[in-house]
Write a protein that binds this ligand. Sequence first.
Ligand code: NAG
Ligand code: NAG
Ligand code: NAG
Length: 433
Amino acid sequence: MQKSINRTLICFSLCIPLVFASLLLAGTLDYKSHFLSFLPQLNNAAPCRARAQSPPLRVYMYDLPPRFNVGLMDPNFPDNVTVTPSNLPMWRWNDGLRKQHSVEYWMMASLLYEENDESGYTREAVRVRDPGLAEVFFVPFFSSLSFNIHVRNMAELNTVDEQLQLEMVNMLRASDHWKRSGGRDHVIPLHHPNAFRQYRDLVNASIFIVADFGRIMKISRLSKDIVAPYPHMIESYISEDHEDPFEARKTLLFFRGRTKRKDEGKIRAQLHKMLAATEDVIYEEGSASEEGFKASAEQMRSSKFCLHPAGDTPSSCRLFDAIVSHCIPVIVSDRLELPFESEIDYKEFAIFFSVNEALQPGYMIDGLRGISKEKWTKMWLQLRNISHHFEFQYPPKKDDSVNMIWRQVKNKVPAVKLALHRSRRLKIPDWWR
Ligand SMILES: *[C@@H]1O[C@H](CO)[C@@H](O)[C@H](O)[C@H]1NC(C)=O
Ligand SMILES: *[C@@H]1O[C@H](CO)[C@@H](O)[C@H](O)[C@H]1NC(C)=O
Ligand SMILES: *[C@@H]1O[C@H](CO)[C@@H](O)[C@H](O)[C@H]1NC(C)=O
């Protein structure tokens, strides 16, 4: 926070004299044309921004036995070997549904990758070997993958997943870095709603990387934690080059998914009833399978709007599939939290309806039909402009998902320091959470 205020001040102090200079010049010349031609430069503030790029976050990554991370991807990975860029298993595109919660993998991979890009771009986070230099500590436990692989039945007791969680908690609590901070400066990915489920309460001071807060309300907060996107399941529509995308996309509104869900997700069945008979709307039942994603890809690419109603949890992969398909998201999920919202204004490329609004007959469809081609195209352009923030890849690229996530972590550091310094001098239990 402090840094960004300083940055703004520096920008202003550089730019204001320029404004006055241009005004002075303009006084004797043609006032209007000078002033106006200067404005765009002020808006972009390009020289200021480039100069103010802050140094990368310094991250210490725990050296965990591979059974906590890449061993879950490749059972043949020896547990006594250190993971390096040269033996890191690649995430295969067709690895199925597990990919939705693979943020943990991309974060670990981004820290392993140590080369610098020739373009001179600075990574948002770099790995440091000396814990004394670290601003945060990353725990590369693939808790989502562990759940997906080791738990078949939620009632099962003492699963391998649970054993790994317990081992992880014990290891952390025995570590000096953890003891120093109570875990406040530790970053733990918990992307799947059931990730780390038996023991996550015990690490509740740490910075969680989550998909949403649906099932972890009690231990998670927007001020402490980070909402990360789901890696998309549908291939990005990079080749889209229609002259007139508005006309080329024939379907008005598209949804495909399970229509029978719990909690807020009950809305899906109601919407199904309301929209089923609407011309140029596709609302169909479908399961999350490889074939399902293929079918959705075609339809998302030929629809103007893609519906994102709440499911069992407020978030789903569908939103990110819509974004990379350049299909304007229509979000009906009152309690949805969105990734990177301190940097991205979703209103510029997505439409929001409350659950109540969406259930009034005709309200949503009339609203969507009322959006002019001009406005839609503006949103579509904006969508194309931000879709690179939702790409996970190795090696990481400037401003892609993983760099955006690290930048969000970087923004939490001042609050972590505040909590840490306070906790060290308190003589009584802390009365703030
Ligand atoms: C790892 O363990 C295997 C089998 O126990 C052993 O053969 C191998 O030498 C070990 N490797 C290292 C690097 O310690
Ligand atoms: C948070 O963690 C602390 C320390 O492990 C524990 O005592 C507390 O009960 C946890 N809080 C919640 C809400 O689970
Ligand atoms: C998208 O980005 C391009 C190039 O960076 C820029 O010229 C354009 O104005 C942006 N469009 C929108 C809608 O922001």
